[in-house]
Ligand binder design. Structure first.
Ligand code: AMP
Length: 292
């Protein structure tokens, strides 16, 4: 059975107790409203670790004042029902006042990795992410922690935080899980109206366009970017960015540059008020499938 914890000391004791019996600990931090992407992280953790915990916490400090914190879906019971049959050992669902007690004042600030892409459009977002993940990892202790490549910049930032703060954590990146038609799974997809659903595919179409050009040998950043951006701009309400960058440093490439053998293409755009993101690493990830 999956044990649900809301208290820090008892959850920490459960993690310690697993390790004391020589079990390896896997940890999957989430904001809940679980879908098959989250389930895949938990499955991967279960296949690689003896004892797995999933946290469910809608972290207030990573939402901007005009973002969707209040309307973000909260479905704890349904989430536990998804995790239980997968053999997840523990769910940690703390309150905001546990994670951010009165008087707390420490924040984890990450440098240049947090500046491009979403960093430029969501001030403070990655500081909130880095802070909450550091806090959660401080509770769990030595573990392997699983993050989706869907949030590619987040994954790179977490790797950096773990290195820089000497946390005893092995960070594992898990490939993006997509709908059969290619749309990346996201808890925010449930905001999409049925008539928006087709338009949302323009993100993955933009990624495929860049993938195909790259496969044909195109290395000019501007040509790759514009082929992709054209498709995204046509169908989305507003485009925050379609950009290419070094997949490790996240240094953004200008249109007149030419790419090496691996190249991140990442995008964020709105359909109505719903903000969606997607990315692939050209030269590394497979072409996002389309079954339809
Ligand atoms: P969230 O609940 O949105 O904060 O996501 C929790 C974790 O699930 C993060 O590591 C995400 O990158 C990961 N995740 C979300 N969507 C997907 C997806 N479609 N494929 C793989 N991982 C995902």
């Amino acid at each position: 059975v999956t044990q649900v914890f809301s208290d820090l000391a008892t959850f920490r004791a459960a993690c310690d107790s697993a390790r004391s019996t020589q079990k390896s600990v896997g940890f999957v931090p989430t904001m809940g409203a679980l879908h098959h992407g989250h389930a895949t992280l938990a499955q991967t953790a279960k296949s690689e670790c003896d004892w797995v915990a999933v946290s469910i916490f809608v972290n207030p400090t990573q939402f901007g004042p005009n973002e969707d914190f209040d309307r973000y879906p909260r479905t704890l019971e349904a989430d536990v029902r998804i995790l239980e049959p997968m053999g997840v050992d523990a769910v940690f669902a703390p309150s905001a006042s546990l994670v951010y007690p009165l008087g707390d004042q420490t924040r984890v600030h990450v440098g240049s990795l947090a500046e491009p892409f979403c960093g430029g459009f969501r001030p403070g977002h990655f500081e909130g992410v880095a802070t909450v993940v550091s806090k959660l990892l401080g509770i769990v202790g030595k573990c392997s922690a699983y993050f989706g490549r869907k949030d590619y910049q987040q994954l790179q930032i977490i790797k950096r935080v773990v290195t820089d703060l000497f946390l005893p954590v092995n960070v594992v990146g898990v490939p993006t899980v997509r709908e059969p038609d290619g749309l990346a799974l996201s808890s925010r997809n449930r905001y999409l109206k049925p008539e928006d659903r087709q338009q949302a595919l323009s993100l993955v179409r933009g990624l495929r366009a860049a993938f195909d050009l790259f496969e044909q040998g195109e290395r000019n950043v501007g040509n790759l970017r514009q082929a992709s951006c054209k498709l995204v701009e046509r169908d989305m309400t507003k485009v925050d960015y379609v950009q290419l960058a070094d997949p490790d440093s996240l240094e953004v490439y200008q249109d007149n540059q030419s790419a090496g053998s691996r190249l991140l293409i990442a995008m964020a755009a709105y359909l109505g008020t719903t903000r969606l993101i997607d990315n692939i690493v050209l030269g590394e990830d497979p072409r996002p499938k389309e079954s339809i």
